[in-house]
Design a protein around this ligand. Structure first.
Ligand SMILES: C[S@@+](CC[C@H](N)C(=O)[O-])C[C@H]1O[C@@H](n2cnc3c(N)ncnc32)[C@H](O)[C@@H]1O
Length: 308
């Protein structure tokens, strides 16, 4: 693997070849690649790409009506898409992980620049582009060649051709070819079948992260992790509730995405950690030490105290 190369984002005026979002007054969003001489046509009229090339990110443009007239209600904003925009708008093969969970995965999986990460399955590449954006040196395993091609194309579209991203057509249940990995990140139906392979492929202290839609699957994974050379297992979900803020009407939005998936992480640790201390060392278990309290009343560095 080569060191992680998150792609630089474009700045300055818009240029031919890049993708932009056109947003109308009703917040309908269209993802368009700018081509010299090209046109974008919708119910709201026609926008010439040449008018957008050289324009500022966030600038407003008036569409030409099909009969040549212009008028109110035919305006568009042109914006460079964020990573979230791309994930929601890009062509999909498999179901993608949504942005609310992608952000949490970066932190829970402790993805850092240069981290050696193996991801399976890559599906449409939404998680791949997020991991690469955070600087991971990423190899993906994907069992379906059509999805592997889709993920590659989406990553190149979003981040360019020089990220070092590679997708191998493999069934990860049969094993992991790499060793000394920092992270193994899974979005597939039976991650418990990967636990033994991940334990062998991860460097000591490495992290396994799995994303699963149901709690039954999550429980099966957690059971396997308990006996698989992992510790510090944790499972959580992300609930994101947006708010309506307009004048005096300030309240939670009526609708939200109630459920997407469960994120589970665990660290590769010494197998002896879970052994009975007496059996491991031949000595009786040490007595629990008294809790340490700092003299000035502040947190002494242990668990967060409930008094805070
Ligand atoms: C839900 S999709 C992943 C979506 C992806 N995380 C994204 O955000 O775009 C699950 C993928 O796992 C792949 N898959 C299932 N079992 C696999 C296996 N044993 N080895 C490799 N890939 C597998 C499927 O083909 C599918 O593309």
């Amino acid at each position: 693997m080569t060191p992680g190369r998150g792609a630089a984002r474009a700045r300055g005026p818009l240029v031919a070849g890049e993708r932009v979002l056109l947003v109308d007054r009703k917040d309908r969003r269209y993802l368009v690649r700018l081509v010299a001489g090209g046109t974008f046509q919708s119910h709201a009229g026609v926008v010439e790409h040449d008018a957008l090339i050289g324009a500022d990110d966030g600038s407003e443009h008036v569409a030409r009506q099909r009969d040549g007239r212009t008028g109110p209600g035919r305006r568009f904003l042109v914006l460079r898409p964020t990573l979230s925009d791309l994930v929601l708008k890009m062509p999909r093969g498999a179901q993608v992980i949504y942005p609310k969970d992608l952000g949490a995965i970066l932190m829970a999986g402790d993805i850092f620049p240069g981290a050696r990460v193996l991801e399976a399955g890559v599906g449409s590449g939404a998680l791949s582009m997020t991991l690469i954006g955070a600087g991971a040196d990423l190899v993906g395993y994907e069992i379906r060649p059509d999805f592997a091609a889709r993920a590659l194309a989406n990553v190149v579209d979003a981040l360019g051709p020089d990220t070092g991203y590679r997708v191998e057509e493999r069934d990860i249940y049969e094993g992991i070819a790499a060793t000394d990995l920092d992270r193994v990140v899974l979005d597939l139906p039976e991650p418990w079948r990967v636990v033994a392979h991940a334990a062998a492929a991860l460097a000591p202290g490495g992290i396994l992260l799995s994303y699963l839609p149901t709690i039954n699957q999550t429980a099966e994974l957690r059971a396997r992790l308990e006996h698989g050379g992992f510790g510090f297992a944790e499972t959580f979900e992300v609930l994101r509730r947006t708010w309506h803020v307009e004048g005096r009407s300030v309240r939670p939005d009526h609708r939200m995405v109630a459920h997407t998936g469960f994120i589970t992480t665990a660290r590769r640790i010494s197998a002896r950690w879970h052994e009975e201390p007496a059996a491991a060392s031949g000595t009786a278990e040490e007595p629990e030490p008294e809790p340490v309290e700092a003299l000035d009343g502040s947190d002494a560095g242990g668990e967060l105290s409930s008094a805070r």
